[in-house]
Ligand binder design. Structure first.
Ligand SMILES: [Zn+2]
Length: 438
C-alpha cells in the first residue's frame, strides 16, 4: 500500500475492451491492482492527474537496431541495404562507446514515443544492454551474429568471414551470460542471427543448436529482399524460409522481421511452424514492398509490429500496417482494433509476457498517457480508432514501465535529454566526416 500510485482522470484504451471514460488506474508494486470509474477510486500516496488524457498500454516494439540512428535521414533514398554502401558510416567503425551513445538516443526516443518493451539488436550488444539499463526500457537485447564479409557486401558480393562468425557468436553468448535477467528480469538476452543470406548454413545450424539447448528466442531477418532470396536459392537450392526450416530454426521461438518475399509454399511452411512475424510496414514500403501479413496470419503466423529504427512511432506503424494491407489487397482489410492489438497485447504474448499489454488488474503497469490538449486526438468516441488513425508519438506525455514514471510531461526522468542528443550528434559528426573523407 505504501507505494500506491493513482492515475486519475483518464480514458482507458485497452485491447479487447470498450473505451472506459473518466476512469482511474491504481498501481502497486509495479502492477495494476485496480481500474474503474474515477469517483470510486480510493486514495493513494501519489496521484498523477491525466486531465482527461487517453491512457493505453505501453507499446511492444519487436524489432530495432538503435545504433542505426547514425544513418537516419541520409540513406532512405539510396536503395536496399545502404548500410553496406561506400560513403556511408559503417557499423564496424563504431566503438563500443559510440554504439552505446547511439543506442541511448534510439532507446530514449522509443521510450518517449510510448514504447515500454523493445527488441534491440546489433553488433557490440553489451553497449545496447548498458543503454537499456540506463534508459529503463523493458528490453530484449541481441548480439547480431553473421559471417558474411561486410567489406565484400559493400561491393555486392557474398564472401564468408569465418572469424567474424566466431567473434559475433562469442559476443552473443557473452551477452547472454552477463546480461540475461539483469535488473530483476527487465533486460533479457536473445539469439540474433542476422539473416539467411549473411549467415552460412553452418552458422545458422550452430545458432539453432544453442537456441534448442537454452530455449531462448531467436530474432532474425527473413525474406527481406530479392537479393537475399536469390542468393540463398543459388547457395542452398531452396528459399530462405525453407533453409531456416532445414537448419531447425523455423519454430515458435523464431521472430522473423519483414517476411516480404515469400511464396505460397513459404507462407504455409511458416504458418505450420508457428513463427512470429515482426511486421515493419514503413521500412517495407520505403523499399517499394508490402508483406503478405494477412496471408501469414491466416496460415498460423503470429503478427507483431515494429518500427525497425525508421522512427520510434508505433502510431505511424499501426496506421501504415493498415494502409499497406489495403494497398496490397486493393480493398478494405484490417482495422484499428486489430493493429492496436498487435502493437500491445499481441506483441507481449509473442514475447512470452502474458501479463503485459493490457490495462487490467494483475497486469504489469506499463502505461502511456497522451496529451489531453492535442487537437488531433479529438473526438474520442471509440479509443482505438482515434489512436491508430490520428495519433502520433509526439502526443505521448507520460510513460510508466512497471509503475516507474520514466517520462513525465514529455521529458525522460532518468536521462539528461540534452546530453543524450548532444553526445549522439557528436558521434554522427565524427562518423560522417570519416565516411566523406573516404
Ligand atoms: Zn532489422
Amino acid at each position: 500500500m505504501t507505494d500506491a500510485l493513482l492515475i486519475d482522470n483518464v480514458h482507458l484504451v485497452s485491447p479487447g475492451r470498450a473505451l472506459q471514460r473518466q476512469a482511474a488506474v491504481r498501481i502497486e508494486a509495479g502492477r495494476i491492482t485496480w481500474t474503474g470509474p474515477r469517483e470510486q477510486a480510493s486514495q493513494a500516496v501519489r496521484t498523477v492527474h491525466g486531465h482527461g488524457a487517453l491512457c493505453l498500454p505501453g507499446f511492444v516494439n519487436t524489432h530495432n537496431h538503435t545504433p542505426l540512428t547514425i544513418v537516419r535521414g541520409m540513406v532512405e533514398d539510396l536503395g536496399f541495404a545502404p548500410a553496406y554502401t561506400p560513403g556511408i558510416p559503417q557499423g564496424h567503425w563504431l566503438s563500443e562507446e559510440e554504439t552505446y551513445l547511439l543506442a541511448r538516443l534510439g532507446q530514449m526516443e522509443l521510450l518517449m514515443a510510448g514504447c515500454t518493451t523493445v527488441v534491440d539488436y546489433y553488433r557490440a550488444p553489451d553497449a545496447l544492454a548498458r543503454a537499456a539499463l540506463e534508459t529503463g526500457l523493458r528490453a530484449f537485447i541481441g548480439g547480431r551474429v553473421m559471417d558474411a564479409d561486410t567489406a565484400a557486401l559493400a561491393e555486392g558480393r557474398f564472401e564468408r568471414d569465418a572469424a567474424l562468425g566466431e567473434r559475433s557468436l562469442r559476443d552473443s553468448m557473452d551477452l547472454i551470460t552477463h546480461w540475461d535477467g539483469a535488473d530483476g528480469g527487465r533486460i533479457r538476452a536473445v539469439h540474433a542471427p542476422h539473416a539467411p543470406d549473411t549467415c552460412s548454413r553452418g552458422l545458422l545450424q550452430e545458432v539453432a543448436r544453442l537456441a534448442a539447448a537454452d530455449g531462448r528466442p531467436v530474432h532474425t531477418h527473413l525474406a527481406q529482399s530479392p537479393l537475399e532470396v536469390d542468393h540463398v536459392r543459388a547457395r542452398e537450392g531452396m528459399s530462405p524460409v525453407a533453409l531456416l526450416d532445414d537448419v531447425g530454426l523455423l519454430n515458435p521461438n523464431l521472430f522473423a522481421a519483414h517476411g516480404i518475399y515469400m511464396d505460397d509454399a513459404d507462407i504455409a511452411l511458416a504458418g505450420r511452424a508457428g513463427i512470429k512475424l515482426c511486421h515493419a510496414p514503413i521500412g517495407n514500403a520505403a523499399f517499394g514492398a508490402t508483406a503478405p501479413v494477412l496471408a501469414l496470419q491466416a496460415a498460423g503466423v503470429q503478427v507483431t509490429l515494429c518500427t525497425d529504427t525508421k522512427s520510434a512511432d508505433m502510431f505511424e506503424t499501426m496506421r501504415m500496417a493498415i494502409v499497406a494491407a489495403r494497398v496490397r489487397a486493393q480493398r478494405f482489410v484490417l482495422d484499428a482494433v486489430t493493429v492496436f492489438g498487435w502493437a500491445t497485447e499481441g506483441g507481449a504474448q509473442a514475447l512470452g509476457l502474458p501479463d503485459l499489454g493490457r490495462l487490467e488488474p494483475g497486469c504489469r503497469a506499463d502505461l502511456v498517457l497522451l496529451d489531453p490538449q492535442a487537437p488531433n486526438l479529438v473526438p474520442v468516441v471509440d479509443g482505438a480508432g482515434i489512436l491508430v488513425h490520428a495519433g502520433n508519438a509526439a502526443n505521448v506525455r507520460h510513460v510508466f514501465r512497471d509503475g516507474e514514471h520514466l517520462v513525465a510531461e514529455g521529458r525522460p526522468t532518468r536521462l539528461d535529454q540534452q546530453a543524450v542528443l548532444r553526445d549522439a550528434q557528436a558521434v554522427a559528426d565524427r562518423l560522417w566526416a570519416r565516411a566523406r573523407a573516404g
